[in-house]
Design a protein around this ligand. Structure first.
Ligand code: HEC
Length: 399
């Protein structure tokens, strides 16, 4: 019974031949891959340009037999990529180098390495968008939205067990009788004419003006928009998707009836200490009150390397790479004194620790951004800098 229904359906909707439109092409079917390769070579050699081969599976050597040139899609991708990379370069250069200059740790305004990720992203983005656009519009000839080959017996054969070739009537060399004779000479048992269907979508000059086509496009757009709207604005607020949405909690910056003062955000209880954070016991006290502690971190190669790393990151923008007070901040922050002064040289490690942790005048505290051990490591490195600038003669003696 189902077979019968399918057959009825086929007859009613799919059977579009015989057609009465103009001649679109002459087609031929072959039984073996060798025959179709031979046919493609002959047709190409005979000088036809607007022809194509359709086979149930890819056949090796077909490109060569048809005389196809390399596709130009690669050039389109390259064009898109080059536009993307130059667009990103110009955009970043204009934004951070010209229009909105900002000092970040004394770094140059425009710099290539940090721009590379964005340049890469835009290259890929613009290249792929150009590719898709070019594929649809140029290579697949949108607004052409149907092909006269559709729903033909020829198409049914080449998508199951036959190898087909056709030459379009648009070809400058086309002559119906000659083409038919050529195909018959090549040994095809089924040579047939393919006509445009009556409604003739494939031949319409500009299907963008075709009401039926545009109606379909508009319909799809509306349905997609409705489904998206429903999914994002209605569906996710229905159970069970909403289970996590409604929770007994207060949102930040909102009022709470639970507390007397109405604030929902609470301050930590006095004396609260963050996990892993050790408060500095001389916080805010003058130097004279510091009871001196030795540097608890041992001097090792690793510690010195860590100290250099942290110093270069946190201290060098103001104090300079060698601690000479040669700030890189272009006058946007007062330059500090040298760290090679007698005063700092004579200081105990704890005094420097005090400055880093507590801050000193305009120099801010680094208690929150640099861990305790790292601060001590930085001090070892500051000592290295000092020693390197004031090396005693004994340092140069060879053993
Ligand atoms: C934002 C710029 C800036 C950064 C970053 C900075 N400092 Fe300072 N530092 C200063 C300034 C300015 C002074 C001078 C403060 C004053 O007037 O007493 C100073 C003073 C000092 C002093 C005391 C010098 C003296 O002669 O009194 C030491 C030691 C010091 N800094 C170490 C460091 C270390 C170590 C770091 C890295 C953790 C660091 N600083 C990061 C700006 C900075």
């Amino acid at each position: 019974m189902i077979g019968n229904i399918l057959k009825k359906f086929d007859e009613k909707f799919l059977k579009t031949e015989p057609r009465t439109g103009d001649l679109y092409a002459v087609s031929a079917l072959f039984d073996t891959p060798d025959q179709i390769i031979h046919a493609a070579e002959e047709v190409s050699d005979a000088g036809y340009k607007k022809f194509d081969v359709l086979t149930p599976y890819p056949i090796h050597g077909m490109d060569g037999a048809m005389g196809l040139k390399d596709t130009r899609i690669g050039w389109v991708a390259m064009l898109g990529g080059i536009s993307g990379v130059s667009l990103a370069f110009l955009m970043i250069w204009w934004m951070v180098g010209v229009n909105y200059t900002n000092v970040f740790g004394g770094k140059p305004f425009f710099n290539l390495p940090p721009s590379i990720p964005i340049m890469f992203e835009l290259t890929v983005l613009i290249a792929s968008l150009t590719l898709v656009g070019a594929l649809i519009v140029i290579f697949n000839k949108l607004p052409l939205n149907a092909n006269p080959l559709m729903d033909t017996a020829f198409m049914k054969s080449v998508t199951s067990d036959k190898f087909g070739i056709y030459i379009e009537a648009k070809d400058t060399k086309f002559n119906r009788d000659e083409v038919r004779a050529l195909f018959e000479k090549l040994g095809s048992a089924e040579v047939s004419d393919i006509h445009y269907p009556e409604y003739d979508l494939g031949k319409t000059k500009n299907p963008l003006l075709d009401m039926k086509f545009m109606g379909n496009v508009a319909g799809v757009a509306v349905v997609t928009a409705l489904i998206t709207y429903f999914a994002l604005n209605v569906l996710i607020f229905l159970p069970p998707f909403s289970w996590m949405h409604y929770q007994p909690r207060v949102n930040a910056q909102t009022e709470s009836k639970f507390f007397k003062d109405g604030f929902s955000m609470r301050k930590p209880v006095e004396g609260t200490v963050a996990r892993g954070f050790i408060p500095y016991e001389f916080k805010g006290m003058p130097d004279s009150l510091i009871t001196i502690t030795p540097n608890p971190v041992p001097v090792t190669q690793k510690v010195l390397e860590l100290g250099k790393k942290r110093y270069d990151t946190y201290c060098s923008p103001c104090h300079g790479n060698y601690g000479k007070g040669d700030s890189r901040l272009r006058g946007q922050f007062p330059a500090p004194p040298t760290l090679h002064s007698q005063k700092v040289m004579n200081w105990k490690d704890a005094n420097i620790y005090h400055v880093i942790t507590n801050g000193q005048n305009v120099m801010p505290s680094y208690e929150k951004s640099i861990s305790r051990d790292d601060r001590w490591a930085i001090i070892h490195y500051v000592r290295v800098l000092q020693r390197s600038a004031n090396a005693p003669d004994s340092d140069f003696e060879t053993k």
